[in-house]
Design a protein around this ligand. Sequence first.
Ligand SMILES: NC(=O)CC[C@H](N)C(=O)O
Length: 305
Amino acid sequence: MLSNASLEELLVEIRPLIGEGNVASYIPALANVNPNQLGIAVCMANGDVFTAGDADTRFSIQSISKVFALTAALTRFSEDELWTRVGREPSGQAYNSLIQLEFEKGKPRNPFINAGALVVADMLQSRLSAPKQRMLELLRKLANSTDIYIDHNVADSEFEHMARNAAIAYLMKSHGNFTNSVETVLQSYFSYCAINMNCVELATAFSFLARKGIPCHRNKSLVSERCTRRLNALLATCGLYDESGDFAFRVGMPAKSGVGGGIAAVIPGELTVCVWSPELNDSGNSLAGTALLELFSERFGHSIF
Ligand SMILES: NC(=O)CC[C@H](N)C(=O)O
């Protein structure tokens, strides 16, 4: 039976894995995070929440923000407008790879790698007057938490080390797939990545994906049921970069990871779950977090397959 105590038992089994990965080191603000942290929060489809470990400690959501940005874009653009600019196939490449983009004429494989998320951020920049503020408002509403904030230290540090993401954006611009000023869009994109949330807030914010588009704590749809199915399909095939196949094999849940060490996952109709541990594996996904989700799915029989 799922309970705080049964989740705590999972953590005891997983904690020895801490030390086997490496925290993200591309910016000092992330490199200095204490690696010795592990948390899990489960949000049932009826809104009940179970937690264990560091479930209330906020961390940098990083690429998990790509899900919320895509959701915001889906409510503001037609599917045609969106899918002519970004694809829907797994990339099989690192999240910040440039190789495929050159071969494929500036159209990113999917919205959950950096190139795809930068296109989505470019689209939001064209349609929103204050994109960072809108994203923050969306997350506060979805997570039912009024004080979620952007860590400007992380956003500024990402901006100082922008070279690779800027290269991706300029390559897309050279192919006519980027409208706004690269630096303006990068500022928005880095701010989305630099939002701090905890496992409880992320599991709650993901709840619309388990509830046919209707978030917990609200009775109004955020997106249609059809849209929700499509988001879950993309999460299942592309949510963990070049490790999406292995993650489907081991865990069996649509999910999105970030280099802050968080992974948020969905079992449609049943629950959402967010795990966090800062050390990453070679694909940039939380090492202990992935193992924890694998154990969770095995122990409680949750898998979409
Ligand atoms: N995988 C990630 O979480 C990457 C996010 C990071 N801010 C980047 O753009 O490189």
